[in-house]
Design a protein around this ligand. Structure first.
Ligand SMILES: NC(=O)C1=CN([C@@H]2O[C@H](COP(=O)(O)OP(=O)(O)OC[C@H]3O[C@@H](n4cnc5c(N)ncnc54)[C@H](O)[C@@H]3O)[C@@H](O)[C@H]2O)C=CC1
Ligand SMILES: O=C([O-])CC(=O)C(=O)O
Length: 312
């Protein structure tokens, strides 16, 4: 991939840019932010890491949306993070206004790009970008489940003492309190986690996963998480850039899959050079299905709130 632009040079945007550079996932990284000077400063700072990490891609920053030109992929991290005590949905109204403006800039300057949404509430904003652009759904997707699955994997690693490298996890649904960790699809080197962890402890890990973002927010106080989120975004970029066709939980626009349409939420997807290439439909059992439906209802409530706002 030649050029990736990150819109929103805040904490998540900066961390993502750093990892993309360190891993040399493209030849050109651009950072865009409304705060003048900040994207330029961050770009310079990261560039000066090059001798240590041995990368030679270019990194530039600007407040001018023209920096979007020729982007193959645009990552959207612009918008307010929630504060302690808030849900991600509480920043919907503020962030949809930001995302609408950003979407228009992408359509104007990078009409052929793929778009990866990170800003919260990520399911509803991914839906909004898909609606506003009208682009094919393979080009518009969001990050949630990769991070939530990594959180769950790290909790399982702590619980069992096994390496996180051997742990595979799956988290579906909306990126909120109703997200759906699916222990039936969680294994340690192919062995179901129920072989190692009691039902009661699995339930506790599922709940800690659902509250994973809030736990960090409560501890960091002035900031929500950004280190693991940046790494999660970079893992998705790596899958696309290297056409790995990885099976990852991504926020995707549903067109009948899982019995849902006119909604975006976390489902297992194939991620490759064409972006969100396909959705894998799993046979959920009754309990998983009920949890998935409950999560869909929560996302739908946000979409309804979005539709009731007077937006241009
Ligand atoms: N999907 C996920 O898993 C995660 C999502 N997030 C979300 O990502 C977003 C960013 O979080 P942070 O980086 O911590 O926030 P931050 O406040 O550090 O950064 C946000 C940046 O967006 C910029 N911005 C605002 N309006 C803009 C516009 N119109 N154009 C360009 N830039 C604009 C701000 O100036 C700021 O630099 C939040 O909505 C947060 O909730 C954060 C972590 C994980
Ligand atoms: O908790 C938040 O608001 C940020 C986020 O989405 C996460 O870290 O999962």
């Amino acid at each position: 991939m030649n050029k990736i632009t990150i819109i929103g040079a805040g904490r998540v945007g900066e961390t993502t840019a750093q990892i993309l550079a360190e891993e040399e996932l493209c030849r050109e990284i651009a950072l865009m932010d409304v705060r003048e000077g900040i994207p330029e400063g961050i770009a310079l700072d990261i560039l000066q890491m090059a001798p240590f990490f041995e990368f030679d891609c270019s990194i530039n920053g600007s407040s001018d949306p023209q920096i979007l030109r020729d982007s193959d992929l645009v990552i959207v991290t612009a918008g307010l993070p929630r504060k302690p005590g808030m849900s991600r949905s509480d920043v919907l109204e503020a962030n949809v206004r930001i995302i609408d403006g950003v979407t228009d800039q992408i359509m104007q300057y990078a009409p052929d790009a793929m778009v990866l949404i990170v800003s919260n509430p990520v399911d509803t904003l991914t839906y909004r970008v898909a609606q506003r652009t009208g682009w094919d759904r393979n080009r518009i997707f969001g990050q949630a489940g990769v991070l939530d699955a990594a959180r769950m994997a790290s909790f399982i690693a702590q619980e069992t003492g096994f390496s996180a490298l051997d742990i595979t996890t799956m988290v579906l649904g909306g990126h909120g309190d109703t997200m759906v960790p699916v222990p039936r699809f969680c294994t340690i080197n192919g062995i179901p986690i129920s072989h190692f962890i009691s039902e009661e402890r699995i339930a506790a890990i599922m709940e800690r996963t659902r509250q994973g973002g809030a736990e960090i927010l409560a501890l960091r106080k002035n900031s929500s998480a950004y280190d693991a989120p940046g790494a999660a975004v970079a893992a998705m970029v790596d899958a696309i850039v290297n056409n790995r066709r990885r099976l990852l939980s991504c926020v995707a626009l549903l067109e009948g899959e899982y019995g849902e349409s006119d909604i975006a939420m976390g489902v297992p997807c194939v991620l490759g050079e064409r972006g969100m290439e396909s959705i894998i439909e799993l046979d959920l059992n009754a309990r998983e299905r009920a949890d998935f439906d409950r999560s869909a209802s929560a996302v739908r409530a946000d979409i309804e709130r979005l539709n009731s706002l007077s937006l241009s």
